[in-house]
Design a protein around this ligand. Sequence first.
Ligand SMILES: Cc1ncc(C[n+]2csc(CCOP(=O)(O)OP(=O)(O)O)c2C)c(N)n1
Ligand SMILES: [Mg+2]
Length: 822
Amino acid sequence: MSKKQYIDPEKERKPGYITFGKIPLNQYNRTIQQERENYSDEDLVRIYRDMVIIREFETMLNRVKTTGEYNGIRYSHPGPAHLSIGQEASAVGMAYHLTVDDFIFGSHRSHGEILAKGLSAIHQSEEHILVQIMSGYFDGTILRIVEKGGKGEVKDLAVRFLLYGTLAEIFARETGFNKGLGGSMHAFFPPFGIYPNNAIVGGSGDISVGAALFKRVNKKPGIVVANIGDASMGCGPVWEGISFASMDQFKTLWDEEYRGGLPILFNFMNNQYGMGGQTRGETMGYDILARVGAGVNPEMMHAERVDGYNPLAVMDAFKRKKAILEARKGPVLLDTLTYRISGHSPSDASSYRSKEEIEAWKNVDSIIEFGLQLMTAGVASASALESIREKVKDLTTEIMVLVVDDTQSSRMNLTRDPDTIGRKMFSNESVNTFDHRDPEVCLPIGENPRVLQIKKKERFGLDTDGKPFSKVKSFQLRDGIFEAIIDRFYKDPTLIAFGEENRDWGGAFAVYRGLTEALPYHRLFNAPISEGAIAGAAVGYAMCGGRVIPEIMYCDFLGRSGDEVFNQLPKWQSMSGNILKMPVVLRVSVGSKYGAQHSQDWSSIVAHIPGLKVVFPATPYDAKGLMNAALQGTDPVVFFESQRIYDVGELFHEGGVPEEYYEIPIGEPDIKKQGKDITILSVGATLYTIMEASEELSARWGISTEVIDGRSLVPFNYEPVLESVKKTGKIILASDASSRGSFMKEMAQTVTELAFDYLDAPPVVVGSRNWIVPAHELEEFFFPQKEWILDACHQKIMPLKGYNPSNDFSDDEQIRTNRLGI
Ligand SMILES: Cc1ncc(C[n+]2csc(CCOP(=O)(O)OP(=O)(O)O)c2C)c(N)n1
Ligand SMILES: [Mg+2]
């Protein structure tokens, strides 16, 4: 079922011009009197109150940071507090028309957005729902604390709950919204539609697109707002997120029910500065940020600049833009112009801007101006507004008293329970499906052409005489991965897969061949060449409750998705206090033949990052079992696949690769060959080189090798390896990764520490050279070869009689190459 979109040379080569439409700038011009048709006086006063709450909350933080005191309460907060004093109208205006089903994502400067969205959600929610949320969240821990001094109605209690949860999180208390593991820059609260805020600026740019994708694919109501700073318009994830969100296929190729622009609004909170860099006139060239929308798609992203100093203007814009998104005409770009009166952080001396400029913006302060308008229009009296301000001050003080009280609002006790954070790194659950609706598929699995083709294959790689079947006849490693994936597509309706050339091409290495026939577009699609957004959108999709397989075509391209793979994918489960799951299986193909930028094994870099599970199967049986386990889990798994062995048959597992479902637990190494004289531990494709070396050691010197295939890097059970080393007293560790800093070095160090008394020789790592990967014709000089294993054994572990080594594994050579950094 390939797509057919004919590209007509005659049409494409015609001369012409692109014309752009107008982008409105600050066009809102209604008065409060006029808006009284749309909003009750109570609504208008509430808008004022919400802005005052944010202002007071941040004033309190500013005082704590600069003077160590607020209203007589002393406190020291060494952590961050990026304040948005001045920007309140843009936050409250943004949140006003959003419902609990609408999600917001943001960045380091999000206290105001959290409070605005939370207050709006509280206003809109029925009391019994609020009670349900508060009593369900961390088993009612926060509710019990705020109830104590609680006066008034459920909604008042909910406001206290919101302020408390946010502040306790900022002050790193276990009673915060994310158990104090997120803190000021990352705090969030999903029950009110407040999704993660990111200290990596622009980080929400692609994650939020994944959330919008989740809503579309799983038919969930609501839109997604990505709140991003103006200076972050320069960030890769933002551009990639915009590219991903504006793909034509949503409007052209997806099935009717799913067709249309994604429900995502990129809202730039344009305070006109980075930290000190000025975006207009200095660090960016867009002149007016809204212009960026013009180049993205014919709809110009419905871009608009709105006056973020007027809450009513922002509300009006959000109402109109939300309607556009609900009509499936997204994405939308909004340039919400505002100004940060406070410094970037409380220690900021504002050396990059003039006093006159700050004064000028203070003179049009949105809270003062809006208050005056309310009074002039007769909506509220001066004393009524004064009373709001006083009440808010009292409330803020009360909340602070609760939060800084160590007996009620304790921190995690890592002395009593040192593993508290450790336990939060992975969720380790086994979940068959994330939804019980019928999965959308195009044909019964038994009719799939690839499935039918695989049925004819030999599931064990050798015939009865021990001779290998031909590559075509043999069930290959890529078939093992395919079987696990297609099986899950028929079990879990939330499962989607995307990456470059994933659909009609069948995946760059033919793993997905047959999936195009099985799946509609919304479950399997080609992504733009945006590795960051491929990983980032997967993170956003998973944190909303779906399972996803993003793919990075070559391991070397992981660098392009560095932030998403190193900072986002591994961290959100624990940074959320475990309220989020991250069922993402990131497939990463490790190349060969294509030289320096297409052949590196970067497994050690990934394994270094806490919060990722990392596997690297080398056989069809292991590939299927590990993929099944990864897809049944709830944790992020980086699934390495070596291009050198996609076509190997199963040579180890007796009976071949089972047709039925089975899992191989992630973290369990496998003894591929038993032996007694020397242990060789490998990860990845080197297994086959090691088997050859093992045969030669046996044939020529009668040495019996125990070959262990690590299969996983993280987690890893060392026991079978230690058992083996205790028996053999010797170990070689090999993989295709450049040896310096490789995971095999980590394993060698651990084995040394844990089996020191049993070792007859030091563990020896045989990895690739610390060079660039050369052309295919020279690869034998780069990747570990059979001889290298023998050389290492001969020179470092036990002399092999009559053996003439071809490589120098001596100590001197090791010192020399290290000195040279190669
Ligand atoms: C990837 C990344 N680069 C740099 C920083 C340091 N940093 C923190 S805030 C900031 C300025 C961001 O400006 P903008 O996006 O306009 O947001 P604002 O601070 O104005 O709200 C910078 C450079 C960071 N946190 N993340
Ligand atoms: Mg800014």
